[in-house]
Design a protein around this ligand. Structure first.
Ligand code: SAM
Length: 438
């Protein structure tokens, strides 16, 4: 009897994998990314400085497919915070001076939907997108996937399959506190961030994320150097953070609050970006919401690509960035069907912006309706170059500037472009948009 290959080995899979009836990597259509505008916050670099950073409105699967030709294997860090499978609809609080103690006074607008017919549909969505992210990651890149108890166990199996279980770097638990209606279980006050690296060599800047030791640890070592079973920590240098992190949720009184639902704390993103990327690296977020990743990346001199399918999310991101950075960025649109219609309908003649003495001004009756406005010039190819922006402050706290500025200095535009191209774009509190060539 000769040697026979044991058939069982042919089918042996080293890892259990997750299966569901419709499992397949959804075919993605490559999105057609149309450059809508280049935004120069406070005219810095207007109109020629190159804008490497990108804010993109569209379905992230189509967008990621479109980005492949330029970015496959090039993105150093992806942080991403998809819908959690909560089966809820989230609203944004917009307008002015929201007070969470008086819900009747809130102005609510559509935020985003996290509602699925069943778990299979959710997994179909997530699986295809995680695979696309894997393709875009650099060989030494890292993915941070932010979820909670609703779906994190399924996601971990998907990531084990895509990256390999040996590439799990950390399971970070973000703990927070806050009110909860739950009376029949412990209050659910943590999220899980699964961290996978693409290869076994990856960026991890230990010294950029160190924290001071707890005062009790310092006291213990001051009283006895033998307290650490012979290991004396470098108390001055600080410690590498544990894999559980406390950051407060972004609450009503926090200046970073945008009103966009489920906004994550910027400090959380700063720690992730410092640890897993270097200045100049490309950081991406494909479920970017209010733009927390973009804001943190700018602050830390990283390049960013952020994508969201909701108009309210990208508009919040744009307003947030112009208040926080001097770096220009490009705004692309993949899916024009998610934009509210742009028109002059509903804008009467006495509501038109006017140009005088190097400034564009808005009449008060128009100003009251707006959340954001900008002035710039419209090029022949239809691309808008924004050189001056005004944002309604989200909070009306004592130290926050009051209201939306009624006029903008456009002298940088007049110096550099044909004054007949001066154009104003307006975004209303309810999301409507207008564009007017003055
Ligand atoms: C949990 S929120 C992200 C919050 C964000 N981390 C922040 O700090 O504001 C999830 C976001 O994913 C977006 N989203 C859901 N499905 C999407 C899709 N297929 N393509 C692009 N964005 C999507 C939603 O519009 C929503 O803004």
């Amino acid at each position: 009897m000769g040697w026979r290959f044991p058939t069982a080995i042919l089918f042996y899979s080293p890892m259990p994998t997750l299966h569901w009836d419709s499992k397949q990597a959804l075919p993605a259509t490559s999105g057609d990314l149309r450059l809508d505008s280049v935004v120069y916050p406070l005219a810095a670099g207007f109109p020629h400085a190159s804008a490497v950073n990108q804010v993109i409105l569209g379905d992230n699967l189509n967008v990621m497919t479109a980005l492949r030709s330029e970015y496959a294997g090039r993105i150093n860090l992806i942080y991403t915070d998809p819908p959690f499978f909560t089966n809820r609809h989230f609203h944004a609080r917009v307008g002015r001076g929201e007070d969470s103690r008086r819900p009747k006074d809130w102005h609510l607008a559509k935020g985003y939907t996290d509602d699925w017919p069943n778990l299979d549909a959710y997994l179909d969505m997530l699986y295809a997108r995680l695979k696309s992210m894997y393709h875009l990651l650099a060989p030494n890149g890292t993915l941070y996937l932010h979820l909670d108890w609703h779906a994190n166990s399924y996601a971990r199996l998907l990531l084990d399959e895509i990256f390999g279980s040996e590439r799990l770097l950390n399971e970070i638990v973000w703990v927070y506190h806050g009110p909860s209606p739950i009376r029949s279980a412990f209050n659910r006050k943590h999220d899980t961030i699964l961290v996978y690296t693409k290869g076994d060599s990856y960026t991890f800047n230990t010294d950029d994320v160190r924290l001071p030791y707890d005062p009790t640890t310092i006291k213990t070592f001051a009283s006895s150097a033998r307290a650490g079973f012979g290991k004396v920590p470098d108390l001055e240098r600080g410690k590498v953070p544990e894999d559980w992190w406390y950051f407060p949720v972004v609450a009503r009184l926090h200046n970073e609050r945008t009103g966009y639902p489920t906004q994550k704390p910027q400090a959380l993103l700063e720690r992730i970006i410092r640890a897993s990327s270097n200045p100049g690296d490309i950081v991406a977020d494909f479920f970017s919401g209010s733009g927390t990743t973009a804001a943190a990346a700018c602050l830390l001199d990283r390049q960013f690509i952020v994508v969201d399918g909701a108009w309210r999310a990208v508009q919040t991101t744009i307003s947030r960035l112009v208040g926080q950075t001097r770096q220009p960025f490009r705004f692309f649109i993949e899916a024009s069907d998610v934009l509210p219609p742009e028109s002059l309908v509903g804008l009467s003649q006495d509501e038109h912006p006017f140009l005088a003495g190097g400034r564009v001004s808005l009449p008060p009756n128009l100003l009251d309706q707006l959340d954001y406005w900008e002035a710039g010039c419209l090029a022949g190819d239809g691309i808008f170059y924004s050189a001056a922006q005004a944002t309604r402050p989200y909070r009306q706290a004592a130290r926050a500037p009051k209201g939306l500025p009624a006029s903008l200095d456009i002298s940088p535009i007049l110096e550099k472009t044909n004054p007949t191209n001066v154009t104003v774009r307006l975004v209303a509190i309810d999301g409507r948009r207008w564009m007017i060539i003055l």
